[in-house]
Design a protein around this ligand. Structure first.
Ligand code: PGA
Length: 248
């Protein structure tokens, strides 16, 4: 399976720097695309402006969240259909920053996954343990519960991406040891296999302090089908270096 390198810009980027970054990536991709799939998830305000910059490049566009309902009185929220309409193919759901800052529960994430699927957006469902949970030896139990709580029935053929992002590794410069990543990804694969015969086709991304230096160590790990990159995705050269490491 080709790896997927996804950039999560989070709440970064005004029109000038966001479009400049997208243009820089588009130019590189047209010049010589890496041997992986690329996705960028800019802030919602930039999606419609960036979509035409990516047209024809092969770089996909994604949102960072959506509301579980299709339409209605939800001030400040964005529906899956709005993301699709702006040019998105993917949406990140259940990121730990949303779980923490917006009190998102597994049940809510599950409804959002349903909304994404109804709109034919590919959900990227994030799971991951806190430092305290890892220290207590509860990593796999926590991730198992997040998976079963956040995913609707998996029987259909709808595409799905999982991102394993240890909360303590996000934005900290710290990453798990390679065997720790391998253990969690193998566990996620086996949990998915309980619910669907096509578990082998679900991409499982690693996220949390992936950068241009460590990508070549992380991406070859078994069951790591790509990366969800935060901070390093804001730098065209760093993101590109990660993408090139995915094709090795
Ligand atoms: P980071 O963020 O790469 O800055 O650690 C990753 C993420 O939160 O998706």
């Amino acid at each position: 399976m080709r790896k997927l390198i996804a950039g999560n810009w989070k709440m970064n980027g005004l029109r000038a720097d966001g479009t400049a970054l997208a243009r820089a990536l588009a130019a590189r991709h047209l010049d010589a695309g890496p041997d992986c799939e690329l996705l960028i998830c800019p802030p919602a305000t930039l999606l419609a402006e960036i979509a035409p910059l990516l047209a024809g490049t092969g770089i996909a566009l994604g949102g960072q969240d959506c509301h579980p309902d299709a339409v209605g009185a939800h001030t400040g929220d964005i529906s899956a259909a709005m993301l699709k309409d702006a040019g998105c193919a993917y949406v990140i759901l259940g990121h730990s920053e949303r779980r923490r800052e917006h009190h998102e529960t597994d049940a809510l994430v599950r409804r959002k996954v349903g909304a994404a699927r109804a709109t034919e957006l590919i959900p990227i469902v994030c799971v991951g343990e806190t430092a305290a949970e890892r220290d207590a030896g509860r990593t796999l139990a926590v991730i198992g519960a997040q998976l079963s709580g956040s995913l609707p029935a998996l029987a259909g053929a709808d595409p799905l991406v999982i991102a394993y992002e240890p909360v303590w590794a996000i934005g900290t410069g710290r990453t798990p040891k390679q065997h720790e990543i391998a253990d969690v990804h193998a566990f996620i694969r086996s949990e998915l296999a309980k619910g669907t015969p096509r578990a082998a086709t679900v991409r499982i991304l690693y996220g949390g302090s992936v950068n241009a230096k460590n990508a070549q160590d992380i991406l070859p790990i078994a069951n790591v089908d790509g990366a969800l990159v935060g901070g390093a995705s804001l730098d065209a050269q760093a993101f590109w270096t990660i993408a090139l490491a995915a094709g090795d």
